[in-house]
Design a protein. Structure first.
Length: 211
């Protein structure tokens, strides 16, 4: 049963990765934005880890100082017990001193290691921030290039790809208007033709009468 669920999970995961790959191919800027968002989230996680490392360093410092103070206190008490010939108290104080001193030495070493690790972590964190900043700037450059490419694509679509269409539409409109003008002129000519003929006949009669 477990193997079945594992195969189903792997199949779904593979389908999801394929879908994401196809999406990235269609829109690389969107994929880059997603990557940057994830990187920013990782940066915040690292920042919290660094803050935690500072807290650990401070805790190591406090524990070191506390253990060192107790070790010195027990050492002084052991000296007093030795002078008073209280060997049982002397042995107890020295045993406590050794335990506290060992703890202090261990906390000192841990504190030193925490500081070294913190310095390395901070350096890497700064490098990470610079890298992310460079990627954000790079994204801006790519977005600018994408905008220019899309604008040129739209311009070419209007100016080149369909260059004949607007002019052909103008030509069609011009032909349509010319047809209307011809029809109007023809109708006007027909409507005035009879009047013109009557006027010509009248002028001819007047000339014949005058002769």
């Amino acid at each position: 049963m477990a193997n079945i669920f594992t195969r189903i999970k792997d199949s779904i995961s593979a389908d999801l990765h394929n879908l994401m790959d196809q999406k990235e191919q269609k829109n690389p800027i969107a994929a880059l934005n997603q990557y940057l968002r994830q990187s920013e989230q990782e940066k915040e996680k690292v920042k919290k880890l660094i803050e935690r490392q500072y807290q650990l360093k401070d805790e190591f410092s406090r524990e070191y100082l506390k253990a060192q103070d107790l070790a010195e206190k027990r050492l002084k008490q052991a000296g007093v017990a030795e002078k008073a010939a209280e060997m049982e108290m002397y042995e107890f104080a020295m045993k406590e001193h050794d335990e506290y001193q060992a703890r202090a030495d261990k906390m000192k070493t841990s504190r030193k290691e925490a500081i070294t690790q913190l310095e390395t972590l901070e350096q890497k964190y700064e490098e990470m921030k610079h890298k992310l900043k460079d990627m954000h700037l790079r994204r801006m450059e790519l977005m600018g290039r994408e905008n220019i490419a899309r604008a040129n694509q739209q311009i070419n679509k209007v100016v080149h790809d369909s260059a004949d269409k607007p002019y052909s539409r103008f030509a069609e409109m011009e032909q349509y208007i010319e047809g209307l003008e011809y029809k109007v002129n023809s109708a006007y000519y027909r409507s005035t033709f009879d009047n013109k003929i009557e006027r010509l006949e009248k002028e001819l009669q007047e000339k014949e009468t005058a002769n």
